[in-house]
Design a protein around this ligand. Structure first.
Ligand SMILES: [Zn+2]
Length: 163
């Protein structure tokens, strides 16, 4: 096996030093990675994904911990995660998902000041994805194609799971 080298991760580490918040940035401008902007929640594609289809779900409010959210907004966040998982199932047919929250730099949070959940779709046999992507370096094309694929689903996303 060749040495695992992920240039986009390096780019991420470097860009993470900047002071800006990528989520608040994504809200203020129409970038090509934002799939959904709702009243309380947003969904963006990870610019430096672990795997194709890696999404980030965040509250609109710039908060760093769950307890800063009301129960209702926490519910909206969970509903958005649930809907996003459903969309990925329909659009990309993964075999499973990792869904999680990294709280604090030590836990791996790249942007720790704005709370966000990771949704990572998984396929049987995808353990070599890092190596494959690193070698061919087609991640930007993957992201754009995946964005075009997912965007129509999010346009019709219905969050009425909660009263
Ligand atoms: Zn923010």
């Amino acid at each position: 096996m060749k040495t695992m080298w992920a240039p986009w991760r390096m780019e991420y580490i470097l860009s993470a030093r900047k002071d800006e918040c990528i989520f608040c940035d994504a809200l203020s401008q129409n970038d090509d990675l934002t799939l959904y902007k709702g009243k309380d929640t947003m969904v963006v594609m990870n610019k430096y994904p672990y795997i194709n289809g890696h999404l980030l779900v965040a509250p609109i409010r710039h908060v760093s911990t769950l307890e800063q959210l009301s129960k209702h907004k926490m519910g909206e966040l969970l509903a958005t995660i649930d809907r996003s998982v459903d969309i990925l199932k329909q659009a990309m047919s993964p075999d499973g998902f990792n869904v999680g929250l990294n709280l604090g730099k030590v836990a791996g949070a790249g942007v720790e000041e704005h709370l966000h959940f990771h949704i990572v779709p998984r396929w049987f046999g995808d353990t070599n994805a890092f190596t494959v992507f690193a070698e061919v370096r087609v991640i930007p094309e993957h992201i754009k194609a995946t964005y075009e694929n997912l965007k129509p689903y999010f346009k019709n996303m219905n969050l009425t799971l909660i009263n």
